[in-house]
Design a protein around this ligand. Structure first.
Ligand code: ADE
Length: 226
């Protein structure tokens, strides 16, 4: 998979993609991530990428030209499955969306700022808008990083144990069951005996029940979505 991220703060991603799973995926060349500062495509004297909104009001709006020029430079070189704008107005990111996006070859992610991007960017080049939650961030960069992380770990070969992404919380609309590691007893609390029984089928059954119970208690709405 190849991901191009358009941002005016490329350095915000410097460390995020250099660790753990994303680092491994890049080293194995299962994913390439390129950062593009669309300020480089601004044609005005001060290289500004934002301007006052027509009609007045607070906040600045990101100009269409630098963003569209940057996207056109990329789409001239390869074809993309989606050009995604990270925005609180977008469809809410779910595990299902992450699963679908992890099957794509080439993606562009656009990070906005201020009051958002000129509507003509959305009309002409954006194919999809994604929100990571019902709250407003100061820019799309953190949302893009969340999306990249959620997608990359699902690409076959990225996680060592192929089954582990499939047993994540949400893969089947259930939260994960409790997990334990050594020691058996910690400050008077012991590990449920079933996990030491060696009976794989019963352990799987216990985990499923725990998942259901946890989902019922914490996120009952997930059970309605089945
Ligand atoms: N940009 C600002 N807030 C956002 C959100 N909640 N999701 C995605 N992009 C955003």
């Amino acid at each position: 998979m190849h991901i191009d991220i358009l941002t005016i703060f490329p350095e915000m991603f410097d460390n995020l993609f250099r660790h753990s799973i994303i680092k491994r995926a890049r080293e194995k060349e299962l994913v390439t991530i390129c950062l593009h500062n669309f300020r480089d495509y601004a044609t005005n004297k001060h290289k500004s990428v934002d301007d006052y909104p027509y009609g007045g009001g607070a906040g600045m709006v990101m100009m269409a030209e630098p963003i569209i020029s940057c996207i056109e430079a990329l789409t001239g070189k390869r074809s993309y499955d989606d050009v995604i704008y990270l925005s609180p107005d977008g469809e809410l990111l779910t595990q299902h969306t992450a699963n679908l996006l992890s099957l794509k070859q080439n993606l562009i992610l656009l990070c906005g700022h201020y009051k958002g991007v000129d509507e003509r960017v959305r009309e002409s080049v954006i194919t999809r808008e994604i929100s990571i939650g019902d709250y407003v961030l100061s820019g799309g960069e953190l949302a893009a990083a969340v999306l990249v992380d959620a997608i990359i770990r699902l690409i076959p070969g990225v996680l060592g144990d192929e089954t582990s992404a499939l047993s994540d919380s949400f893969q089947d609309n259930l939260l994960s069951p409790p997990v334990y590691t050594r020691p058996y007893e910690f400050r008077g609390k012991t590990v449920p005996d079933i996990l030491l029984s060696g009976h794989d089928k019963e352990i799987a059954q216990w985990r499923h029940e725990q998942s259901l119970e946890r989902t019922r208690k914490r996120r009952p709405g997930l059970l309605d979505d089945q």
